[in-house]
Design a binder for this molecule. Structure first.
Ligand code: SAM
Length: 250
């Protein structure tokens, strides 16, 4: 059966490719890739010689229409992105939408995505989370977004570039408070995989102290808003009395 296959590829460790992904990439008539040179190296590693064409979300209408026409004519096409799952902060949305509208069969071939990989090992509440993609590049817009999310109870997941990580953590501290629990996952599945965790200010401190933490690929996860437990409306005097009483408790 011909179809448009949406194929996930590794985000670092090549061992994370699935058997099914390899079969589909081998058997497809064409592979549509975001960057054919980059994906060429991956395919070469796995000895896959399927012909490639280029697709990105800025591809002009004619090119998208020509891919749809090929699918309608019975060609099987596998879509891949540079890393991880297509459409997740990566190209593919326009193509999948058009393919579905045209009645073309679209088949997911799942695998790695950085958001799920990071969440699976962060140790933050994972029952509900919101994937926020890349925050805006400019501080003003970024702070505005963070302010709108500051009282969200769900864990928030962001992708961030190493060039903006320090400024982004500063803005997170400003809008979420310095003590909001945060986990920064870096270089997932690769040699220098690291998880930093603590309050936003603590993580920022670690990132500033070690320039290696300002390199590579990064997922930020911010714990959701929690109502202060005992009510922070206690006066400083009452707070002090409470502390003394608590120390006296058995
Ligand atoms: N489609 C990909 C996915 O499914 O995760 C995401 C592509 S997006 C253009 C690239 C961003 O994903 C990086 O800037 C980083 O935030 C995150 N990312 C990708 N690979 C990663 C890795 N190995 N470790 C940490 N973050 C990663």
């Amino acid at each position: 059966d011909n179809a448009l296959y949406i194929v996930a590829t590794p985000i670092g460790n090549l061992g994370d490719i699935t058997q099914r992904a390899l079969n589909i990439l081998q058997q497809a008539d064409l592979i549509a890739a975001e960057d054919t040179r980059h994906s060429g190296r991956l395919l070469q590693h796995f000895n896959i010689s399927t012909r490639m064409i280029s697709y990105h979300d800025h591809s002009d209408e004619r090119q998208v229409d020509s891919i749809i026409a090929k699918l309608q004519a019975g060609t099987s096409i596998a879509l891949i992105s540079d890393a991880g799952t297509p459409l997740i902060s990566d190209p593919g949305y326009g193509l999948v939408k058009k393919a579905r509208e045209a009645g073309v069969k679209v088949v997911p071939v799942p695998g790695v995505s950085a958001v799920i990989t990071a969440m699976s090992a962060a140790g933050l509440p994972s029952d509900r989370f919101s994937f926020e993609g890349f925050p805006p590049h400019k501080s003003g817009a970024r702070k505005q977004l963070f302010a709108s999310l500051a009282r969200d109870a769900r864990t928030l997941v962001f992708y961030e570039s190493p060039h903006r990580i320090v400024d982004c953590l500063k803005d997170l501290a400003a809008e979420f408070g310095e003590d909001r629990p945060l986990v920064m996952a870096r270089e997932l599945t690769k040699t220098f995989e690291t998880f930093l965790s603590g309050g936003v200010a603590q993580v920022l401190e670690q990132v500033l102290a070690d320039s290696n933490q300002q390199k590579g690929e990064i997922v930020l996860m911010v714990s959701g808003y929690r109502k202060p437990e005992t009510g922070d409306e206690l006066s400083p005097e009452a707070e002090a009395t409470m502390k003394v009483l608590l120390e006296e408790l058995p």
